[in-house]
Design a protein around this ligand. Structure first.
Ligand SMILES: Nc1ncnc2c1ncn2[C@@H]1O[C@H](COP(=O)(O)OP(=O)(O)OP(=O)(O)O)[C@@H](O)[C@H]1O
Ligand SMILES: [Mg+2]
Length: 273
C-alpha cells in the first residue's frame, strides 16, 4: 500500500533561536533551539512571565523578525522577513496568518474604523469588502463607531477594531498577543466563543490563567529566555503548581497559624482561590 501524502503542520518551528543586542552591546539569546508544531484547528495557549519571549515568538511566527537560527515553516513553506519580500508568497501568507499585536494602537492608522477594517481585505484583493466590514463591526459591537477615527476610541474599543481587522480576512492561523487584555467580560466571552467555534488554528498568549482554560486545549509554557518548559494538555499545565512556579506563574507564600509556619504555592491569577 502506498503512503498517503499527509498535510504539513499549519506552522512548524525547528531549532529556533533569536538574538537581540542589549543597551550594553551584549548579545542575548531567546529560544535556544525551540521546536513547536501547530496542527490544523488546534487552539494553543502561550504562557510565561513578562519578558520571557511570547511577543517575540509571535512576531517571528508572523515573519516580522528574522530568526538567528532554525527555521519557520507555514504549511510547508519557509517563512522569513526576507522571503516575504516576494509579493506572491506575502499575499498568501498575510491572508492566512494574522497577528494581533499586544498593543493594538500599533495596527491602527486609517482615518475611520470602517476604513481600518476594510484596509487588509482591500490590500489583499478580497471581495465583498462592505459585507466583511458590516459583519465584523456588528459582531464586535462597533457599528455605531464605523465613522469614528480609531485614535479617539477607548482601549477596549481599539482592541475590538484590531480584532475585527483580523477576522475580516477570514484567516486560517491566528496569532493573538494578549487579545483580552483590555476587553470587558462580555467581549472576552464573545472572543472565546468565536475562537472555539472557528476551524482556524490559533496561538494565544495570556497572563490570565483562569481564562487560559477556556481559550484552548494545549499549553506552551515558556520559562526564562524563552526556554520551553512544557508542551502538552493545558489542564495538566494549569494543575501543575511546580511547573507554574518554575515558569514564574505561581509563587510560594508563607502562612503563619499561631506557632506553625507553612508554605503554599499559589497561582498568580485573579480568580485563583
Ligand atoms: N530587538 C530587541 N531589542 C531589545 N530587547 C529585545 C528585543 N527583542 C526582544 N527583546 C527583549 O526580549 C525579551 C522578550 O520580550 P517579549 O516582548 O517577547 O516578552 P513577553 O513574553 O511578550 O513579555 P510581556 O508578558 O511583558 O508582554 C524582553 O526582555 C525584551 O526586552
Ligand atoms: Mg508580550
Amino acid at each position: 500500500m502506498r503512503d498517503r501524502p499527509c498535510a504539513p503542520p499549519v506552522l512548524e518551528i525547528r531549532d529556533l533561536a533569536y538574538v537581540w543586542r542589549g543597551p550594553d552591546g551584549r548579545e542575548r539569546l531567546l529560544f535556544d533551539g525551540l521546536d513547536v508544531r501547530l496542527e490544523a484547528g488546534e487552539k494553543t495557549v502561550l504562557l510565561g512571565t513578562n519578558g520571557c519571549g511570547k511577543s517575540t515568538l509571535l512576531k517571528l511566527m508572523n515573519g516580522l523578525l528574522p530568526a538567528h537560527r532554525g527555521h519557520i515553516r507555514w504549511r510547508g513553506e519557509t517563512i522569513s522577513p526576507e522571503r516575504l519580500r516576494a509579493r506572491e508568497l506575502a499575499r498568501r501568507f498575510r491572508r492566512d496568518c494574522v497577528l494581533l499585536f499586544q498593543h493594538p494602537e500599533a495596527m491602527l492608522f486609517n482615518p475611520s474604523v470602517a476604513e481600518e477594517i476594510a484596509y487588509g481585505p482591500r490590500l489583499l484583493g478580497l471581495d465583498d469588502i462592505p459585507a466583511r466590514v458590516a459583519r465584523w463591526a456588528g459582531a464586535l459591537g462597533l457599528t455605531e463607531l464605523l465613522a469614528a477615527p480609531p485614535f479617539q476610541l477607548s482601549g477596549g474599543e481599539k482592541q475590538k477594531v484590531a480584532l475585527a481587522c483580523l477576522f475580516a480576512l477570514d484567516p486560517g492561523l491566528l496569532l493573538l498577543d494578549e487579545p483580552t487584555a483590555s476587553l470587558d467580560p462580555r467581549s472576552t466571552g464573545w472572543l472565546v466563543d468565536t475562537l472555539l467555534d472557528s476551524p482556524a488554528t490559533a496561538l494565544i498568549s495570556t497572563h490570565n490563567l483562569s481564562l487560559a482554560a477556556e481559550l484552548g486545549s494545549r499549553a506552551l509554557v515558556l520559562g526564562e529566555a524563552g526556554r520551553l518548559l512544557f508542551d502538552g494538555p493545558l489542564e495538566i499545565a494549569l494543575a501543575d503548581l511546580e511547573l507554574l512556579a518554575r515558569a514564574g506563574l505561581a509563587h510560594r507564600h508563607r502562612h503563619r497559624h499561631g506557632n506553625l509556619t507553612h508554605h503554599h504555592l499559589h497561582r498568580h491569577d485573579w480568580d485563583a482561590p
